[in-house]
Design a protein around this ligand. Structure first.
Ligand SMILES: *Cc1c(COP(=O)(O)O)cnc(C)c1O
Length: 348
């Protein structure tokens, strides 16, 4: 039997949304005549320029189809097979990429660190570096952080600066999984530059899909040496689009008039509305300290089941009873309010 699905009411992920109008319109604009292939077209040039403007300075930019490729290939460019990548135990690179970071780096080991609110700490990183320094242990070389985190929290500028400093002290490179980078920028009210280049991020995987595109993420290198031969890595991994304009035109649409930030602010605000509504429902406990576009909550199992039977979709994510409600650029106040009404009724 098919579960009844209401259009527009999916809290499962921010990748259940459609493309935002700005990204879609740009694809339409790009859909005329002939253009050079493999990235030698004006849309790709413009998208690179706009990303450099976004991060306020020089950067080498590459476009790939998804976040798993962006992370895996960027990480592979940052280390050798005998190195280790330090990341949080709930990091997407660990839990949701099917071993791709290890595969593309020819076996580089992910070392998992705990940390409150889905965040690594300078002490945790230092401990992981110092606990073993012998030849038998994979040598820590990269720190991978997720901004916004998998738990909908956001590293502050100070937290990032401290991590960046720790990385420099231990000769570690810093990778940022920015699948929800825009949501972090919106939550902090900071500039992209302040939370990347200025704190020592070497490579940013910049999310396009969850921000409102149909397909596509960008790899942004602040350290030019990492970009050397990276184009070959992308091609070998099947990540070089031949009709590249279709991958890069949506970036132009998102970036040229600020839709990326508007989309992220909207998604964060929808999550804030949802969170405040859920806090008012007896029997539902909001979990964690939400800053970005997902709300985590503990719902009694029968309540969660009843809501799913009504067509609401969300993941069971952390722990027993912990559900994740993800908002996107497309989430409307009416979606949120309809869900809250059903949740209130179910908890009565
Ligand atoms: C969605 C997501 C990605 C990218 O996932 P793909 O499905 O490979 O595009 C990467 N990191 C985080 C934290 C994500 O949430």
């Amino acid at each position: 039997m098919n579960t009844p699905v209401r259009p527009g009411c999916q809290f499962a992920s921010d990748n259940t949304s459609s493309m935002c109008p700005e990204a879609w319109a740009a694809v339409e604009r790009a859909n005329h005549g002939y253009e050079a292939s493999y990235g030698n077209d004006p849309w790709t040039t413009r998208a690179c320029e706009l990303i450099r403007q976004m991060v306020e300075g020089p950067a080498d930019v590459f476009f790939v189809f998804n976040g798993t490729a962006a992370n895996s290939l960027a990480l592979a460019a940052m280390c050798q097979s005998y190195h280790a990548i330090l990341c949080h135990e709930v990091a997407h690179v660990e839990t949701d990429e099917c071993g791709a970071p290890e595969f593309f780096s020819n076996g580089t080991k992910l070392l998992l660190l705990p940390g409150a609110a889905g965040k690594l700490t300078p002490d945790g990183i230092t401990h992981a570096v110092e606990r073993r320094r012998d030849i038998h242990y994979p040598k820590p070389r990269v720190v991978s952080i997720t901004q916004a985190t998998e738990l909908s929290t956001v590293y502050s500028i100070d937290e990032l600066a401290a991590i960046g400093e720790t990385c420099r002290r231990h000769d570690l490179r810093l990778h940022m999984d920015g699948a929800r980078f825009a949501n972090a920028v919106a939550a902090l009210g900071a500039s992209p530059r302040e939370i990347t280049r200025d704190v020592g991020v070497d490579a940013l995987c910049l999310g396009g899909t969850k921000n409102g595109m149909g397909v596509g993420e960008a790899v942004v290198f602040f350290d030019a040496s990492l970009a050397e031969e990276f184009a070959y890595r992308c091609k070998q991994a099947g990540q070089l689009a031949s009709k590249m304009r279709y991958l890069t035109a949506p970036w132009v649409g998102l970036l040229e008039h600020g839709a990326w930030l508007g989309n992220a602010r909207h998604a964060n605000a929808a999550a804030a509305r949802l969170e405040s509504g859920l806090r008012g429902i007896p029997g539902i406990e909001v979990l964690g300290e939400r800053q970005a576009n997902a709300v985590f909550a503990a719902l009694p199992a029968d309540i969660a089941e009843g809501l799913r039977a009504k067509g609401w979709q969300f993941y069971n994510f952390i722990g027993a009873g912990g559900c994740r409600f993800m908002c996107s650029w497309a989430t409307t106040d009416a979606d949120v309010d309809a869900f809250l009404a059903d949740a209130r009724a179910a908890c009565r």
